[in-house]
Write a protein that binds this ligand. Structure first.
Ligand code: CAA
Ligand code: FAD
Length: 379
């Protein structure tokens, strides 16, 4: 496995690092406190190409590989995990799904605006009573001939308040179970499509999480992605790649907290020397770095599996479960290294600890990743 990064990869990494440090860092704490969506920064991310990195150049995307995407995600999440998830949903759930399963007309109509950031997308699978158990969809899309009639509620939708285009998973034929599910493209402003309340969250507070309600929404047949009944397969296949993005988000959160812990340990003095001279702190830093590197290799492996055409169901799940648990552990240690200063907002690590938690929950909880891995082992 060759993990040597090309000059192009390094340039993408540097551009993302530069953007994060110059544009995201200075008011990250304020946006977190106020739950303020980073509108200006998201626009800039679109202009810089971060919102459509893997979409093909034919449709105005960056045409980049998954490794480039992972590198950029890490750099952005290092500073602001909320900006990273906004980017992740648009790139790996919405654009990737559309490009791989959409019709030519759908690609031409939607990808250019989504890849440039002129429009933002969201991915709507979860419901109040269907999270991990994603096949038990209650939202219905009844076939009415030349359109579907959509009714139901989607929960926890990232970019839900800001998105112009929603990919909505819904049950058309209950008798067919998961093979009776479709994915429909529903545009904001369609009659009967209402954005519900914004969630007041523990972490990733400046990302925009809403419930979405659909009441007798008429969706033209040409807005269905793929053949009739392949919506669940679409969602699962898209999530395999999405999980690599979330793993990279977790890696970024962990790396950001680790770098701050190293710097702080050099500056803070206790018992007549810098705390970095105490072995207990040194061992924490050593363990943090080791686990971060292990997570990085799992993520690069999953990204390479995807780029080189191998199955990445298992490697993506392994990367996500491992990196998210590393992020939770490393950020907790980073707060500990900072002592009382770690417990207040000014030093960023308490925000990172709160942000890390979500990576163990969304795009499939850690329990679901283990279930996916075990099924791959035993199949
Ligand atoms: N890749 C491709 N296909 C898959 C798949 C995968 N990873 N997992 C399941 N499938 C397919 C199966 O092959 C099967 O299709 P066939 O019958 O045609 O072979 C079909 O999906 C149903 O699979 P199962 O029989 O295994 O279904 P299940 O109900 O036992 O388990 C599950 C499915 C793996 C638990 C699935 O429901 C799941 O992944 N749940 C987690 C949901 C999730 O990740 N939600 C994320 C929402 S988006 C989000 O969170 C975004 C964000 O925060 C930013
Ligand atoms: P449940 O499925 O009810 O799980 C509760 C607990 O039971 C968990 O610990 C779970 O692991 C465990 N559990 C459930 N089933 C099993 C099992 N078979 N074996 C072992 N343990 C099990 N969804 C979207 O569709 N789009 C989005 O953009 C999106 N963004 C999100 C953003 C945020 C901030 C949050 C909080 C969620 C988001 N989600 C989104 C939803 C997210 O994917 C779900 O919350 C997640 O899949 C878990 O579902 P649930 O919350 O219903 O928990």
């Amino acid at each position: 496995m060759d993990f040597n990064l090309t000059e192009e990869h390094l340039a993408v990494q540097e551009a993302a690092r530069d953007f994060a440090e110059k544009e995201l860092l200075h008011d990250a704490i304020e946006r977190d406190t106020l739950s303020k969506f980073p509108e200006k920064q998201v626009k800039m991310m679109g202009e810089l190409g971060f919102l459509g990195m893997m979409a093909s150049e034919n449709y105005g995307g960056g045409g980049m590989d998954t490794i480039s995407y992972v590198l950029a995600m890490e750099e952005i999440a290092k500073v602001d995990a909320s900006a990273a998830v906004i980017m992740s949903v648009n790139n790996s759930l919405v654009l990737w799904g559309l490009e791989h399963y959409g019709s030519d007309e759908q690609k031409q109509k939607y990808i250019p605006a989504l890849a440039s950031g002129e429009k933002l997308g969201c991915f709507c699978l979860s419901e109040p009573e269907a999270g991990s158990d994603a096949t038990s969809q209650k939202t219905t899309a009844i076939d009415k001939g030349d359109y579907y009639l959509v009714n139901g509620t989607k929960n926890w939708i990232t970019n839900g308040g800001s998105a112009d285009i929603a990919l909505v998973i819904a049950q058309t034929d209950t008798e067919k179970g998961h093979r009776g599910i479709n994915c429909l493209i529903i545009e904001k402003g369609t009659e009967g499509f209402v954005v519900g309340k914004k969630e007041d969250k523990m972490g990733i507070r400046s990302s925009d999480t809403h419930s979405l309600m659909f009441s007798d929404v008429k969706v033209p047949k040409e807005n269905r992605i793929g053949d009739d009944g392949m919506g669940f397969k679409f969602a699962m296949s898209t999530l395999n790649g999405g999980r690599i993005g979330i793993a990279a988000q977790a890696l970024g959160i962990a790396s950001g907290a680790y770098e701050r812990a190293v710097q702080y340990s050099r500056e803070r003095r206790a018992f007549g020397k810098s705390i970095s001279q105490h072995q207990a702190i040194q061992f924490k830093l050593a363990d943090m770095r080791t686990r971060i590197e292990a997570a990085r290799f799992l993520i690069y492996k999953a990204a390479l599996d995807k780029d080189e055409g191998r199955s990445y169901v298992e490697s993506a799940a392994m990367a996500k479960v491992y990196a998210s648990e590393v992020a939770m552990w490393v950020t907790t240690q980073a707060v500990q290294v900072h002592g009382g200063y770690g417990y207040v907002k000014e030093y960023h690590v308490e925000r990172m600890m709160r942000d890390a938690k979500i990576t163990e929950i969304y795009e499939g909880t850690s329990e679901i990743q283990r279930l996916v891995i075990a099924r791959e082992i035993l199949k």
